[in-house]
Design a protein around this ligand. Structure first.
Ligand code: GLC
Length: 521
């Protein structure tokens, strides 16, 4: 049988915004534990948790000061161990977030580097360099805005591709490599099923540290030839890690956060002795347009099949504008999001569901500036609103904030009109987004067993996608503005539609439907 990660639906838990057991307005690990039955009943296979390690939270936990413990805001190490055990008891696997590109500036290693001299072993773990006169060593930019270098008291500069509180490690350094092998083992020994690797395309840097050239940006998917994204040397690290994870029983897995423009470059991370899967941002970045979606799907499937890896599909995460809003917002955005969910969940490979997308949450665009926490907002002086709008705590129940999130408010304010979007309200409504996800996931689970990882496109009208996903299982998506007839090549009974159909052979605009031919099961 295929290992689980080849077709898993993985739910992303943004811990600080999921459920708060402590009453401080911040979600925590016991909060996640308390909601495991919800996640099991939703029908997902695994959870990916954003970082919960000790951290000054300069970038919401992506600035780790101790990789082997839990931040007191989120619980204790014992809570993490109990969560692993409990998740397994609920039939859910667990993926933790590993942040190898940089540490926190409060990590003991960086503190020691600051106290040590230029040229010391302590400094060699990071990327300290001399400047060019009064200028930094080169023109590299931080992904959060501003320069990627900060000067220390003795005049040297250190590299941080993100915030100044996130100094980049030097991955040519053996201390660094050994430390991360040991961190992997620490969590693998505790039963974690896998890791999501943060900024997986960033670990290796051009040793000459050449300037960014024309058209070479820090943000957005990287193009070949970039001096600090997607260098060939990064693959050595993953070969090393794979050799470790393979010594553990239970199909442990890696998923890389790899922002590269070319799916063929992405596939290089998924060669048989490297990572198992990677996020596929081509699909996420595609607009609501049949041609663009089909191209993203085809390109991804083609590139992945070259290395024998499964594709993964994702519509939202904690770094991007929620897709209800990206697809136009309001009733239009919701309709398209419902259709997109059925499209994503019908595709071969794995899928990621970002917490709250199953509730149809929109981006919260009007958060007051003084409550915003994302360094992107502050480092661009508000020119980039940042990522807080997709990180607002979940509405669980009741009619007013904090909507059952916890007993002590929420770290970001929830819109009062989320009263109509709570888990409680949507559970009782068969037409809700939550009911759509639950039903789709139930059907998908049944299909996974019988379906190979293939997809066959069928002829369809303009702005309509139609494919056979497994023998006798069909998905049709009308991404257009006018009703479309179900193509004759799609036989069978209607299994599920993202919105009501006027008749079973016509799809209204922005609607997707699954069909099943009886005889083939
Ligand atoms: C990744 C994370 C993002 C974080 C950044 C720096 O892109 O998903 O949230 O800010 O890495 O660690």
């Amino acid at each position: 049988m295929d290992p689980w990660w080849r077709h898993a639906v993985i739910y992303q838990v943004y811990v600080r915004s999921f459920a708060d057991s402590g009453g401080d307005g911040i979600g925590d690990l016991p909060g996640v534990r308390s909601r495991l039955p919800y996640l099991r009943d939703l029908g997902v296979d695994a959870l990916w948790l954003n970082p919960f390690y000790p951290s000054p939270q300069a970038d919401a936990g992506y600035d780790v000061s101790d990789y082997r413990d839990v931040d007191p805001r989120f619980g204790t190490l014992a809570d993490a161990e109990a969560l692993i055990e409990d998740a397994h008891a609920h039939g859910l696997r667990l993926i933790f977030d590993l942040v190898p590109n940089h540490t926190s500036d409060q990590h003991p290693w960086f503190q020691a580097a600051l106290a040590a001299k230029p040229g010391s072993r302590e400094r060699a773990r990071y990327l300290f360099r001399d400047g060019r006169g009064a200028l930094p060593p080169n023109n590299w930019r931080s992904a959060f805005g501003g320069r990627a270098w900060t000067q220390v008291a003795d005049g040297q500069w250190y590299l941080h591709l993100f915030a100044p509180q996130q100094p980049d490690l030097d991955w040519t350094n053996e201390d660094v490599r050994a430390e991360f092998r040991s961190i992997l083992r620490f969590w693998l020994d505790r039963g974690v099923d896998g890791f999501r690797i943060d900024v997986a395309h960033g670990l290796a840097k051009d040793p000459a540290m050449t300037d960014l050239g024309h058209g070479q940006a820090t943000s957005g998917p990287a193009v070949e030839g970039h001096p600090h994204w997607d260098l060939d040397e990064v693959h050595d690290v993953y070969r090393d890690w794979r050799a470790i994870s393979d010594t553990y029983a239970g199909d442990r897995t890696f998923v890389g956060e790899v922002w590269v423009a070319d799916p063929t470059r992405l596939a290089r991370y998924l060669r048989p002795d490297e990572l198992h899967t990677a996020f596929n941002f081509t699909f996420l970045l595609a607009p609501w347009d049949a041609k663009a979606l089909r191209e993203a799907i085809d390109e991804s499937l083609r590139a992945m099949s070259e290395v024998g890896a499964p594709a993964t599909w994702v519509l939202s995460n904690h770094d991007v504008i929620r897709h209800v809003t990206r697809y136009g917002g309001g009733a239009t955005g919701r309709r398209r999001a419902r259709a997109a969910a059925l499209l994503m969940l019908a595709l071969p490979g794995g899928a990621y569901v970002y917490q709250g997308e199953e509730l149809g949450l929109p981006e919260v665009e009007d958060l007051p500036a003084d409550l915003r926490q994302d360094p992107t907002f502050w480092r661009t002086k508000g020119a980039d609103p940042g990522r807080d709008g997709c990180r607002v705590p979940l509405p669980w129940s009741g009619t007013e904030p904090p909507f059952g999130f916890g007993s002590g408010g929420t770290w970001l304010p929830q819109p009062p009109d989320w009263s109509g979007l709570t888990v409680e309200r949507q559970s009782a409504d068969p037409a809700s987004m939550l009911s759509l996800y639950r039903t789709a996931l139930r059907h998908r689970a049944a299909l996974t067993a019988l379906s190979p990882g293939t997809l066959t496109w069928l002829p369809a009208a303009e702005n309509v996608l139609a494919f056979e996903r497994a023998p006798g299982f069909f998905c049709v998506v009308n991404a257009g503005e006018r009703p479309a007839a179900i193509p004759p090549a799609v036989p069978g009974e209607l299994l599920l539609a993202s919105d009501p159909l006027t008749d079973s052979r016509t799809l209204p605009p922005a609607t997707a439907a699954w069909y099943r031919a009886e005889a083939t099961t």
